[in-house]
Design a binder for this molecule. Structure first.
Ligand SMILES: Cc1cc2nc3c(=O)[nH]c(=O)nc-3n(C[C@H](O)[C@H](O)[C@H](O)COP(=O)(O)O)c2cc1C
Length: 318
């Protein structure tokens, strides 16, 4: 059996270029990354800051797919052209974002109840974008048959890949991913399919791999942020990690140093690092106490002291 292909999921505010670079320097097993969404804007002139996170000179070394969110086909094409000029060969269209303000504007998953609108957009973006398009999608907003209704439309376009997070938008991240709905969608789609959702350990990965032995493509978000050794574990089949705390500390120092080049001031910096620790702290033996203390830190020097002290006493317990 061939090795699984593992992609880092886009997570806005978390899997930034600074994070992705440090991740790649410190961990093995990942094959590709998708960048957090860039909103499409309806102007010919693209503000440079919109593309900063995906400028090739900032990339980690893994193949990176940029992602766009929006419902304006012309604006999508403008950005796809800019991405082509930067050397990208594929752009992902976000049809999964579950947040209400996004949905209300018929963006992200908010487009799922409107297949005719999706079709009109696909017609333009597939014909006019100079790069191929992939889609990241949920089952629907409240009704999980929305994706099924969309499949004949998706099948008509030359999409590179469909990444399915098998939950509805209303579920957000609650309940279990619906593997039956995933299987049915996959069976009916003509495109390559990637699975995304709740891969947090080797056991669940192996269950998925057993259920879908020919799938081979997986995207991992929160599980990888919480356990950055997870791709190594999946690829080796060995759940034991040597020197985990030391490696986590090195990774953390790398992320911190990367952010220190762009974030000024202790408070914004601490905001970023608290968000970072909200995931791996769950896998530390003293993680609750550690995170509670971290949340109270108001100076970066205090923060660094808390990190050092707690990591020195921690065990890695994924
Ligand atoms: C804080 C946060 C930010 C996210 N940002 C994005 C995003 O920019 N684009 C996207 O397609 N999905 C985004 N997602 C969804 C993830 O990519 C992924 O689909 C979801 O977390 C389920 O996968 P997981 O269980 O492996 O985390 C985000 C999720 C979270 C929790």
């Amino acid at each position: 059996m061939s090795e699984p292909h593992l992609t880092l999921a886009p997570m806005r505010g978390l899997t930034t270029r600074h994070y992705r670079k440090a991740f790649t320097r410190n961990f093995q097993g990942l094959d590709a990354e998708m960048a957090p969404f860039i909103p499409t804007v309806n102007t010919e002139k693209i503000a440079p800051k919109l593309l900063r996170d995906i400028l090739p000179e900032n990339n980690s070394g893994h193949p990176l797919t940029p992602q766009l969110i929006g419902n304006n086909a012309a604006a999508f094409v403008t950005l796809a052209k800019a991405l082509h000029d930067l050397g990208y060969k594929t752009v992902n269209w976000n049809l999964g974002c579950p947040h209400k303000p996004v949905r209300k504007k018929q963006r992200g998953s908010g487009l799922l109840p409107h297949p005719e609108r999706i079709e009109t957009i696909l017609e333009t973006i597939c014909n006019e974008s100079p790069i191929t398009i992939s889609v990241k999608i949920r089952l629907g907003v409240s009704d999980k048959s929305e994706l099924m209704a969309l499949i004949p439309i998706l099948n008509r376009y030359p999409l590179r890949e469909i990444i399915i997070h098998p939950r509805t938008a209303e579920q957000m991240y609650d309940g279990k991913p619906d593997l039956g709905a995933f299987a049915l969608a996959r069976q009916n789609l003509n495109h390559p399919v990637c699975y995304n959702g709740d891969i947090t350990d080797l056991a669940f990965f192996q269950t998925l791999d057993k259920c879908f032995p020919t799938l081979g493509r997986f995207m991992i978000g929160r599980g990888l942020l919480a356990n950055p050794f997870l791709c190594e574990t999946i690829k080796s089949g060995n759940p034991k990690t040597e020197n985990a705390i030391q490696r986590l500390e090195t990774f953390h120092n790398d992320v911190l140093a990367n952010y220190q080049t762009v974030i000024d001031g202790d408070i914004p910096m601490l905001g970023k690092m608290k968000e970072f620790w909200s995931y791996p702290s769950k896998n530390l033996s003293n993680g609750r106490k550690f995170f509670k203390k971290l949340k109270k830190a108001t100076r970066i020097t205090t923060y660094q002291h808390i990190v050092k002290e707690h990591l020195a006493a921690a065990e890695w317990t994924p």
